[in-house]
Design a protein around this ligand. Structure first.
Ligand code: ZN
Length: 118
């Protein structure tokens, strides 16, 4: 389950962002963008997130995972589009293996929704 180590990085980033806010606030929601090539199971990531944020300032917040589809571009014929699963290395049009991966590899913290304590 590689979600745990990935999530550790996310939580570390979240906590350092929360520190930057300074004033007392509560984290409501964390949004993460994850490419399909990362092969993340959102349920595992959510579970890891809940476990890792326990007893931290981020405890009780929810995690939302935005999955980015795999998009490739063929260097042979110029075709570009979304592909599924194991065929990301092959052009749909001309079956060439000379393809460039345009998206699907990303993993980053997209947004934090915080609520200031009065
Ligand atoms: Zn092609």
């Amino acid at each position: 389950m590689h979600e745990f180590s990935l999530c550790q990085e996310i939580v570390t980033a979240v906590l350092s962002e929360m520190e930057k806010v300074g004033s007392p606030c509560r984290l409501i929601k964390t949004t993460v963008t994850a490419g399909k090539l990362r092969q993340i199971v959102p349920e595992y990531l959510t579970f890891a997130y809940e476990t890792l944020t326990k007893d931290t300032i981020a405890e009780g917040s929810t995690l939302e995972v935005e999955v980015v589809p795999i998009v490739i571009k063929c260097l042979q014929c110029g075709w570009s589009g979304e592909v599924e699963g194991n065929y990301f290395f092959q052009c749909v049009e001309c079956k060439s293996n000379k393809v460039e991966i345009m998206s699907g590899k990303e993993l980053y913290l997209k947004n934090l929704e915080v609520e200031k304590d009065e």
